[in-house]
Design a binder for this molecule. Structure first.
Ligand SMILES: Cc1ncc(COP(=O)(O)O)c(C=O)c1O
Length: 416
């Protein structure tokens, strides 16, 4: 167990103690104690992550995989231990099924490019959902443009729930890939990805799940979900920026051509022909983000130390509290009211542009996000240009929600 952390089986975690492990949470903003409610954009980092990165540079910095000297061996061991940690965190069968990427976006681009090159052609279809982040739309549009395949979209209802009847109708022998998010960043909806994967496989399609939002709210088990690919991103997992994970089954990854070419991803190079390295290195060209992987491993250990039982229960209670409190503010309309929802509260306020909401609540020390949240089709579906979004993480409290509500009353007074 990591020193200073609650026991992994702790039923009750002391939130004050937990918050004390995130140095940035004691910052002030505009003369007020900071309330950070922009976790869907990125989460804050616990001390153990900051320390792991500093320790790496202080004791082990060297390039990985190539050196015979002690530091390179240390760096390689720490980097590969991070891969093993990630495999265990996601429930992968083998560490070689984990490819380190820059972020979730790069993971999806890798699959859309390499898997798409090997598997898509004219007449084929790629099925995504109406609530995807741009990073699970645009790579597939590019793949479709390259291959002549067609992009199709599973619609959703007014609560932000996927229309599964339409999904089953859209799923045909032409469908080669179903790519959906497990948890919508704009709406908070949790999608039934295991059921979607079962149906997609029965129809002969592969499945990619965008877990960028899900992986820090819920436990993930890629084998139980039965997916071919799963992506997530370190900076939302309480880890560093610039590091992400792509899980792919051995069979899928083996059958795919490389994505980027360069050092490390080759087995041999001549001017006539190059051959590829084994998994996962075939997909990791160039010097990787070594400290990013090490920092992410520390973050995953930290999350497991707290335990998803507590995290999920705490965040669900916050969601219920926040939903009630926001709904009681006159003129507020929640966007995204799915029955299965994570702690993301997207809303609009009558007569006030979301950017004005964000600017005024920031003056009260409350950080939320406003805009289209990289999900313009979601905004179009709800007929709005943008929302204000408060997204809650393990270290948030009902006091944080109260501070948001107080600030919203000031927004209302300003615009009355
Ligand atoms: C659902 C979802 N998918 C993908 C991404 C992209 O993550 P990244 O920018 O780290 O690649 C995000 C980021 O907000 C997201 O919310």
């Amino acid at each position: 167990m990591t020193p200073g952390l609650p026991s992994p089986t702790a039923v009750g975690v002391d939130v004050a103690h937990l918050r004390a492990q995130f140095p940035i949470l004691s910052e002030s903003a505009h003369g007020h104690p900071l309330v950070y409610l922009d976790n869907a954009a990125t989460t804050q980092k616990p001390r153990v992550v900051l320390d792991a990165i500093a320790r790496y540079y202080e004791t082990a910095n060297a390039n990985v995989h190539r050196g015979v000297h002690m530091l390179s061996e240390r760096a390689t061991a720490a980097f590969e231990a991070a891969r093993t940690e990630a495999a265990s965190f996601l429930g992968a069968a083998h560490p070689h099924e984990i490819v380190f990427t820059r972020n979730a976006t790069e993971g999806i681009n890798l699959v859309a490019h390499s898997w798409g090159q090997a598997n898509l052609s004219a007449g084929d279809e790629v099925l995504i959902s109406a609530m995807e982040h741009h990073s699970n739309i645009v790579p597939w549009q590019l793949a479709c443009e390259r291959t002549g395949a067609r992009l199709r979209v599973i619609p959703m209802d007014d609560r932000g729930v996927l229309d599964l009847d339409s999904f089953h109708q859209l799923l045909t022998p032409r469908t080669r890939m179903v790519a959906v998010s497990q948890l919508s960043n704009a709406l908070g909806t949790v999608n039934p990805v295991a059921a979607i994967a079962t149906a997609a496989h029965a129809a002969g399609a592969a499945v990619l799940v965008d877990g960028a939002q899900a992986a820090y709210h819920r436990p993930v088990d890629v084998r139980a979900l039965g997916v071919d690919f799963y992506v997530c991103t370190g900076h939302k997992l309480y880890g560093p920026t610039g590091i992400g994970l792509l899980y792919g089954t051995t069979a899928q990854l083996e059958a795919m051509p490389p994505f980027l070419g360069g050092g490390d991803m080759i087995s041999s190079v001549s001017f006539e022909k190059s051959t590829w390295n084994v998994l996962p290195y075939k997909f990791e060209a160039g010097t990787p983000h070594i400290e990013g992987a090490i920092g992410l491993a520390a973050a995953m250990r930290f999350i497991r130390g707290i335990g998803f039982d507590w995290i999920t229960a705490h965040e669900s209670a916050l969601l219920a509290y926040g939903t009630k409190a926001l709904s009681a503010v006159p003129g507020v309309r929640l966007i995204g009211t799915a029955p299965d929802k994570a702690s993301i509260l997207s809303f609009v306020l009558d007569g006030v542009h979301p950017h004005d909401i964000g600017t005024i609540v920031d003056q009260h020390g409350v950080a939320i996000r406003t805009g289209h949240h990289c999900a313009q089709p979601v905004m179009e579906r709800f007929g709005i240009p943008a929302t204000a979004r408060a997204s809650l993480a393990m270290y948030n409290t009902t006091d944080d929600v109260d501070r948001l509500i107080e600030a919203l009353h000031d927004v209302r007074r300003t615009f009355q």
